[in-house]
Ligand binder design. Sequence first.
Ligand code: PMV
Length: 303
Amino acid sequence: MVYKSQAPGKLIIAGEHAVVYGYPALAAAVSLRSLVQLRPRKDRKQIFKSNIHDTKLLKLTVDTTFQFLKKTPTSGFSLVVKSDIPEGSGMGSSASIAAASTLTLLQFLKTKPDKEFLNKIVYEIEKEVHGTPSGLDNTTVVYGGVLAFKKKGENFRFNQLKSTSAVLAKFILVQSGKPRESTADMITNVALNVSENFHILKEIGRITSLFIQNTKRGVFEPELIRENQRLLEKLGVVGERAKSIVHSIEEIGGVAKVCGAGGIKKGSGILLTYHPQIEKIKTLAQKNKWNYFSVKLGVKGAQ
Ligand code: PMV
């Protein structure tokens, strides 16, 4: 018997960092995936293989899941991960791998894979990996779709937005380079200056609320992406390379923003970019040799 599961990646359309402090965020599950296969073994060994991340994440996932279930299997197993989500670039690779791996473990231990329970386990793993995350990454990859999300203490409030496809179908993702810093480092950097930057987080919250209201009505205001990016720059989470890419895109009439924790020492991860004539961004990316790609937004969650 082989147990198979998969989970999508995610991207944050608006509200990163501010979401850690209880402000709203808008995020979408995207059509990059982690595929996981669990094969029981005759001996008691646990074998881990992954094409991205080291296998620490898989060991952590196994330990956390068994702690939640309060049981361990009597036989060993091999857990093999294949993921096409860029690692450490703001696309939820760790949450996706943790969600798909946990699902195979739940099947293996004959436990009903309930989404709420799965989300709790993956949030616990995310806390080990990222320090004090908001829970947005795990919730988005577990439930899928396009989510308006808010953290309320240790709980999450979210709803899946309907009929958003026309508004969100037009983004191109540009890689500004893998950040040197981890998500945990970036969350800590923001936390260190939180009292003087609180007005920035509040403003990100305001813009994100507008973005969510617009999206619900099928309206898209590119200007909000530009404003969100400026606030992230002020918050100190955007590096020079990303700023220069954003600037070039704005010069040709487009908008772009970081869509994750960001990074300042080198790359800032994936940038969400938009232009009313999207070909213009593709041409600019080719000219500058930027790595770019598109994904489908609002895909199914972990299954
Ligand atoms: O870079 P990512 O994909 O881990 O996204 C982090 C988003 C933050 O808002 C910075 C942190 C969080 O947990 O919401």
